[in-house]
Write a protein that binds this ligand. Structure first.
Ligand code: AMP
Length: 449
């Protein structure tokens, strides 16, 4: 397995892992951490919650086992119960994790156990009663044992969900949430998934992770179960508005969510869309909580079919039937992008997400594609084809080539000063006007178009 050649390769010893683990790693013949290990182990050692996209074969198992075992070795506790729980979708995967765990704990006194369906129930009960520190399990059997009040996860220090996307595919979503609820709230949680653009993964992350870091290494297209992602290029916001109305009138969907980067833009879209006889609601942080709740209720009940929202207002939004997400503005980064599109998709149907991209947003969008290791499908609407077709020349990174030369630096600097001065004035006004500031000031700048 090759480490990422573009990164300065870290060695296992520079990851500050406990010596018995380093001995085991050497015995296994691992010379250098793989990219997922390089990126996930340091924040995991800092007890951060993580959402990691990594495929099988990337070394993901050691990426979560090593920091977990380091934690168990270096922080001793006398509390009863399991200290680390790893949930995997299948028996085979649980067995593979267990095998690697045994290899890594060879030079320690940590005890590991495996709990999967089909194995002896009584042996598993006894193993849990002996306070085995690290337990690798499939959700079904753990739930059965929970029915007998045997597992004790009240002192759990680390919870890991491996192949969360597959767990959701296999219908374990509710089981996983039930198990999670019985776990210590102060635990660290690591969520691994082959892809972040899978229906439900972001919703699950919202429910079980706290203040998490995203490590995106691989997001594969694994066929129909993913969210279909499209890009439509646009000339300007006016053109985008026409495209948006067309999409909302012609696409098939139960509920649609439209994202803007600013409250002002969200408000600006309401009138023209209502003019098209669309049942539209707006959700942003300047609205008081009562209005927001009312709007959410109308959306949930289907009275409102299209919701225009800003990022913060939509965080944690879990409403059934959203199968179309349109990015009117390209989000500022890949993390916001996955949070937005994570609102769509259901087990039994495809989610569709479309980003409207004007020339100034091209590089931002290609950065998001790179972050997700995906190329989105380009689409045109015949009736509304614009002049802009994307950059004439592209760099290998997918960014527009030579775009910098076209912008006069002095003009940009003067514009920035103008915006900064105006924002300084506005901050005071807005603070007075709003008891609940929501989005960062910069969104006022992005409003300029
Ligand atoms: P996984 O993605 O966890 O299923 O791992 C795939 C394979 O890579 C397993 O056989 C591991 O033993 C192996 N492996 C994990 N980490 C490393 C590493 N740093 N160097 C070489 N092989 C590794």
């Amino acid at each position: 397995m090759q480490p990422n050649p573009t990164d300065t390769p870290l060695s296992f010893s520079s990851l500050s892992l406990a010596e018995p683990l380093l001995i085991a790693v050497r015995k296994l013949g691992f010379e250098q951490p793989t990219p997922v290990q390089q990126q996930a182990i340091p924040p995991a050692l800092e007890h951060k919650d993580l959402l990691v996209s990594a495929e099988t074969g990337s070394g993901k198992t050691a990426a979560f086992l090593l920091p977990t075992l380091h934690h168990l070795l270096t922080l001793s506790t006398r509390k009863p119960g399991t200290r680390a729980l790893i949930l995997a979708p299948t028996r085979e995967l649980a067995q593979q994790i267990f095998k690697q765990c045994q290899q890594l704990i060879e030079f320690t006194d940590i005890k590991a156990g495996i709990i999967t369906g089909g194995d002896d129930f009584r042996l598993q009960q006894n193993m849990l009663r002996r306070n085995t520190e690290i337990v690798i399990a499939t959700p079904g059997r753990i739930l059965e044992l929970m029915g007998q009040e045997i597992p004790n996860f009240t002192n759990l220090e680390i919870l890991i969900l491996d192949e969360a996307d597959r767990m959701l595919d296999m219908g374990f979503s509710e089981d996983v949430l039930t198990i999670t609820k019985s776990c210590n709230e102060q635990r660290q949680t690591l969520l691994f998934s082959a892809t972040l653009t899978h229906f439900g993964v972001i919703k699950m992350a919202d429910k079980i992770l706290q203040d998490h870091k995203v490590v995106a290494l691989n997001t594969l297209h694994d066929g129909h179960r993913n969210i279909e992602q499209q890009i439509i290029v646009a000339d300007d916001n006016n053109h985008k508005q026409k495209l948006l109305a067309w999409l909302l009138l012609n696409e098939t969907y139960d509920k649609a969510l439209v994202f803007t980067n600013s409250r002002i833009q969200a408000d600006l879209l309401r009138g023209p869309l209502r003019g098209q006889k669309l049942r539209v609601g707006v959700l942003h942080g300047e609205m008081d909580q009562k209005d927001r709740n009312r709007m959410m209720q109308l959306f949930r009940e289907g009275e409102v079919k299209v919701m225009v929202a800003t990022d913060l207002a939509a965080r944690g939004l879990d409403i059934k039937g959203i199968n179309l997400v349109i990015n009117f503005d390209v989000p500022r980064n890949g993390i916001n992008y996955i949070h937005r599109i994570g609102r769509t998709g259901r087990v039994d149907e495809l989610g569709l997400t479309i980003a409207l991209v004007k020339s100034t947003e091209w590089n931002l969008m290609s950065g998001i594609e790179r972050f997700l290791k995906q190329k989105f499908k380009h689409r045109t609407i015949k009736e509304l084809e614009g002049k802009y077709k994307g950059p004439k020349k592209l760099k290998a990174s997918g960014k527009a080539a030579g775009i910098k030369n076209k912008i006069e630096p002095k003009k940009v600097a003067a514009e920035k000063i103008k915006i900064r001065d105006r924002d300084k004035k506005n901050i005071g006004k807005r603070r007075a006007a709003s008891a609940q500031p929501d989005l960062p000031q910069t969104e006022q700048q992005e409003q300029k178009d």
